[in-house]
Design a protein around this ligand. Structure first.
Ligand SMILES: [Zn+2]
Length: 279
């Protein structure tokens, strides 16, 4: 069933585990994610990124989810990831998304508060949840270990949540988006500090290539949603490339091979994050 982030992440917060949010953009990737979650009896968050609009229209995406979701007796959330524009957020709400992430993390603090609060008001009036980001999770290719400037300040995090009324907070504790230059180093002490100060569920972006051990630990220390994109894409590519094309080849493009690898990778992370058997 389609639900907002709230019931999914409140349970994760109470139960001390994290739920995967996976980037999906078509029927195959959506069903791979939903099948993986059903097999593990886990809730799941389907992330739709703005840059995916080149691949699929946001209304079509929402329609596919609505058609297939009733087949799955697990909590499912559709989340607009990194919404940078007000109009984009409204469009997602209109399309039927149950959650939006308002990303003003590159803006000055007062603008981040102001614009996030405005969208919280709109989203909450129609039962849609809001995630926002404080500190800034940058790009893996620009990653530098020990760069503390962009990391989330625990006191500021508490102030931000109180002033905006958000449902979940994405924090910067050492991960980055996409492929890394070097291996990410998580600031666990900072996570523990933020968790002490902030009551709402916490979110980690850039989970790919962070390693199972670090991800298991953040799930136990208070992260309740982990975004995974790249690792699942790599798994899908591996499956796709395993197709044996040789003379006499007569079969259609085997997207099911990509789907199978994707499903296995998602199931793996569900178990690492501890959300299996929590649906
Ligand atoms: Zn992100």
């Amino acid at each position: 069933m389609l639900v907002s982030l709230n019931p999914i992440l409140c349970n994760a917060n109470k139960g001390n585990y994290a739920v995967i949010a996976v980037n999906v953009f078509n029927f195959e990737t959506i069903s791979a994610a939903l099948e993986a979650a059903r097999e593990e009896r886990s809730p799941i968050i389907l992330n739709f990124g703005e840059m995916l609009e080149d691949i699929i229209d946001i209304y079509d995406f929402a329609k596919i989810v609505k058609i297939v979701e009733s087949k799955y007796d697990i909590p499912i959330c559709t989340n607009l990831d990194h919404s940078l524009e007000y109009e984009e957020s409204i469009k997602a709400i209109r399309a039927g998304f149950t959650s939006i992430m308002v990303d003003r993390s590159s803006q000055p603090y007062h603008i981040n508060i102001e614009e996030t609060r405005e969208l919280v008001k709109v989203a909450h009036s129609v039962g849609v949840s809001v995630e926002a980001e404080l500190g800034h999770v940058g790009l893996g290719e620009e990653y530098q270990v020990g760069d503390k400037d962009a990391l989330t300040d625990p006191d500021m995090a508490a102030d931000f949540v109180a002033k905006t009324g958000i449902d979940a907070l994405a924090i910067a504790i050492g991960t980055a988006h996409g492929l890394y230059k070097g291996k990410p180093k998580i600031d666990f002490d900072r996570l523990i500090e933020v968790k002490k100060q902030v009551r709402v569920p916490l979110v980690l972006h850039g989970g790919s290539m962070t390693g199972d051990e670090q991800l298991r630990r953040v799930s136990q220390l208070g992260i309740n949603k982990i975004n995974i994109g790249t690792d699942v894409d790599i798994a899908a590519m591996k499956g796709f490339n395993s197709q044996d094309i040789k003379p006499g080849w007569e079969f259609p493009i085997r997207t099911d091979l990509a789907k199978k690898e994707m499903r296995n990778k998602i199931r793996h992370y569900i178990r690492i994050f501890g959300s299996n058997n929590k649906a």
